[in-house]
Design a protein around this ligand. Structure first.
Ligand code: SF4
Length: 204
């Protein structure tokens, strides 16, 4: 089993959760966010590196001491890492429990991917965009029905402590009030950890 990667970035400190982490960015994303920060993750011209779980493990284990000493590990991003949940599950078998594995995901993926990821990822950072269907669709190009279903599924499988929901203020797409509404909906579902921020948009 090989998966395509667009980037491996070492020595990130307390960027996602705890400790020193290496970001492993997969190629491929179902969304087309208007202010996408990683368009190389779906651009057809992007040069990717295909690796097996074993090859990735060999490459990132150079930082084993840092990971273990700081309770850090590997953050899977992209693109959409849960498109490769089976790969991550194989990677977990190689690194064991000594590393902390995180995923940055939109959860706009099949249910089965969430079930697999729940069994091998320690902490999830979910990029919500906005809970309003129309706002979500105009910003990403897809609807968020799968996201809502997967949020409930993930919460039932891993509990709220292992999930941080990122909810941006998106210029020209949502308002403070929309964002408050998203938070209210998510609190009512049982989520407790939120990261509210504003997208920095470069004016052309
Ligand atoms: S989910 Fe991330 S990688 Fe995918 S289009 Fe949106 S910002 Fe870009």
């Amino acid at each position: 089993m090989k998966a395509p990667f667009v980037a491996i970035a070492r020595h990130r400190i307390q960027t996602d959760g705890q400790g020193v982490t290496t970001l492993c960015g997969f190629y491929g994303c179902p969304l087309r966010c208007k202010y996408c920060i990683n368009p190389q993750s779906f651009n057809e011209k992007t040069k990717t590196t295909a690796m097996t779980p074993q090859e990735l493990y060999e490459r990132v284990k150079i930082d084993d001491l840092y990971f273990v000493a700081t309770n850090g590990g590997v953050t899977f991003g992209g693109g959409e890492p849960l498109l490769y949940a089976g790969f991550i599950a194989e990677f977990r078998k190689l690194c064991g429990d000594k590393w902390r594995l995180c995923a940055e995901t939109s959860l706009n993926v099949p249910n089965e991917a969430v079930r697999v990821a729940a069994g091998c990822i320690d902490e999830f950072f979910v990029d919500i965009k906005d809970m309003n269907v129309d706002i979500y669709k105009s910003y990403t190009g897809l609807d968020n029905t799968a996201v809502t279903d997967n949020l409930k599924l993930l919460l039932s499988l891993v509990g709220s402590e292992r999930i941080t929901l990122r909810i941006p203020l998106i210029k020209n797409y949502n308002t403070e009030r929309d964002r408050e509404s998203s938070v209210d909906i998510l609190k009512s579902l049982g989520f407790t950890k939120f990261d509210l921020f504003e997208y920095k948009i470069k004016e052309k």
